[in-house]
Design a protein around this ligand. Structure first.
Ligand code: BG6
Ligand code: MG
Length: 220
């Protein structure tokens, strides 16, 4: 394994638990559309783009819509979602994340966000951690959604690092697949049931340092 210099982090589910707000917003929209959408269905939306998420919901409801209507509904969902995000408190950052990022930065690692979300900057600002990242790669600058590797390849490029110098932190299987397609090792935040392909698995970023993770990755 090459010496690791860059750390690429997914946002939703790794840095902050926004899945519950995505769910509440999609649920409100689905109710208005008469589609029976539940918390279990919400699992299918993790790591998936906003439009693809809506298409999955339409499939669940057995509905079809014109592109224009789909766009309108996605905007509506985002308005509802942003009402939750504007209420987000800095203490909602997941346990251990700030310590982990601060320690990694102090040790000289380069940090980038690699997220499908178009709301990533406002979320990081709300959590007061935007400045910890050297680069932000998100849904506003990438066009191909995970499992496409674009988001992580762009992250390595902006950090000016070769792709095999970077590792990825992800909670969605589409993100693990994207990391591997980019030629990067993937640290899964979750369980073996959800993320069987991850190179190593953690419950979260608490009680561990980046150097300990890299040592574990060297053993796999
Ligand atoms: C991902 C989430 O990070 O971002 C998905 O896991 C979400 O659930 C996607 O659909 C897009 O987010 P946004 O904020 O642009 O609607
Ligand atoms: Mg995620």
């Amino acid at each position: 394994m090459k010496e690791i210099k860059g750390l690429l982090f997914d946002l939703d589910g790794v840095i902050v638990d926004t899945a519950k707000y995505h769910y509440l917003a999609w649920k409100q929209l689905s109710d208005q559309l008469g589609i029976d959408f539940n918390i279990k269905d919400n699992e299918r939306l993790k790591g998936v783009s906003r439009m693809r998420s809506f298409e999955i919901i339409l499939e669940i409801g057995g509905c079809t819509m014109s592109e224009e209507e789909k766009e309108k509904n996605c905007s509506k969902k985002n308005e509802i979602y942003l009402e939750y995000i504007y209420q987000l408190k800095a203490n909602e950052v997941l346990p251990g994340v700030i310590e982990f990022l601060t320690d990694a930065k102090a040790k000289g690692y380069k940090l980038a966000l690699g997220s499908a979300s178009k709301n990533s900057r406002v979320i990081l600002e709300k959590l007061d951690i935007l400045d910890l990242f050297d680069e932000i790669v998100d849904g506003t600058i990438v066009s191909k959604a995970k499992p496409d590797p674009e988001v992580f390849l762009k992250g390595a490029e902006l950090l000016k690092l070769a792709k095999n110098r970077c590792i990825v932190f992800e909670d969605a299987s589409s993100g693990i697949e994207a990391a591997h397609s980019a030629g990067m090792l993937a640290v899964g935040i979750g369980t073996v049931e959800n993320l069987p392909e991850a190179d190593i698995l953690l419950a979260g970023l608490n009680n561990i340092t980046v150097d300990e993770i890299i040592n574990k990755l060297q053993e796999v």
